[in-house]
Design a protein around this ligand. Structure first.
Ligand SMILES: [Zn+2]
Length: 81
């Protein structure tokens, strides 16, 4: 059983299958999207070419940040597993 499955079991047990109108799968997808976007923002803010921050990675990682945002969008739509 994956960690995702463990979390879904816990959500179902604690919230009687739904939390308001939101399913456990939607909650988990939304949380996954939030984490992915946080990481994408961190990467984008640290870009030496496209951000004004003091910190920087080895080079521009904006493509990776865009990929993380795409994954976040997919997680919200329920495409993630
Ligand atoms: Zn960049």
């Amino acid at each position: 059983m994956s960690i995702r499955d463990d979390i879904l079991v816990g959500l179902r047990a604690s919230e009687d299958l739904t939390v308001g109108d939101t399913t456990p799968e939607q909650l988990l997808g939304a949380y996954r999207a939030k984490v992915l976007r946080e990481v994408a923002t961190e990467i984008g803010d640290a870009c030496p070419d496209h951000a004004d921050g003091d910190t920087c990675y080895l080079g521009c990682q904006c493509a990776a940040a865009r990929d993380l945002r795409r994954m976040a969008d997919e997680a919200e739509k329920g495409d993630a597993s």
